[in-house]
Write a protein that binds this ligand. Structure first.
Ligand SMILES: [Zn+2]
Length: 223
């Protein structure tokens, strides 16, 4: 006989799949954690897919600033994530990097995969854009996720406070308006991004000597 818990008709021992969203500013280690999580699940014999969009490498890869990298599936706007997963033999989990750039219907598809197909989904991304306004996909993840986790690795504003928000800097000045998604921090782009504390994101102060060479050593970087 199957034992039932007092609170629900779900047999004890049954484990629901989960939708988790890990968020934080750029440089907080999201992609590094995504790769680590993929490694850990793979070691347990679980089968997963790694997805990304607009990775800093420019290719269909998840790359971290500390040098790790892995081939990944690029999430185009037209990609149906349920069909992607069900076209595979058996998928236990998804690692969804840069999930803030997915479409809102794709976030719904992630929830369907959890609820209808028993797939664990681990999503990683920014919460808010350069104006400190939430990305639609991130908002939907906040609304739907079983668990939301703020990542706070040592990203500091120039003043020493914890970095919390991403600023878009164009020609040395912080931008307040513009397209929600603009790829920056590449050699070809006049746009760069800088992590600031809330106080300095609101005031627009970028700090002393805030020029490109000081803030983006090492060349290309993502959003
Ligand atoms: Zn600050």
């Amino acid at each position: 006989m199957t034992e039932l818990s007092a609170l629900s008709a779900v047999p004890s021992g049954a484990r629901d799949a989960v939708l988790k969203f890990y968020f934080g500013p750029m440089d907080c280690g999201k992609s590094t954690l995504a790769l680590q999580m993929n490694y850990n699940h793979g070691r347990q014999g679980r089968r997963g897919l790694v997805l990304t969009k607009h990775d800093r490498s420019g290719g269909p890869k998840v790359t971290s600033r500390i040098g790790l990298g892995l081939e990944a599936i690029e999430v185009e706007d037209s990609l149906d994530l349920v069909r992607l997963v069900t076209s595979h033999d058996r998928i236990d989990y998804l690692i969804c990097d840069e999930a803030c750039f997915y479409t809102v219907p794709q976030i719904e598809q992630l929830a369907d995969l959890v609820d209808e197909h028993g797939v664990d989904v681990y999503a990683f991304g920014l919460a808010s854009d350069f104006r400190s306004v939430m990305f639609p996909a991130a908002q939907r993840l906040f609304e739907l996720a079983d668990e939301v986790c703020r990542l706070q690795v040592e990203v500091l504003c120039w003043c020493g406070r914890p970095g919390q928000l991403n600023a878009r800097v164009v020609g040395g000045v912080m931008a307040r308006t513009g397209e929600q998604v603009v790829i920056g921090d590449t050699d070809a782009s006049p746009v760069r991004y800088q992590v600031l504390c809330r106080r300095h994101h609101r005031s627009g102060r970028l700090g002393e000597g805030a020029d490109r060479s000081v803030l983006t050593p090492g060349g290309p970087a993502g959003l």
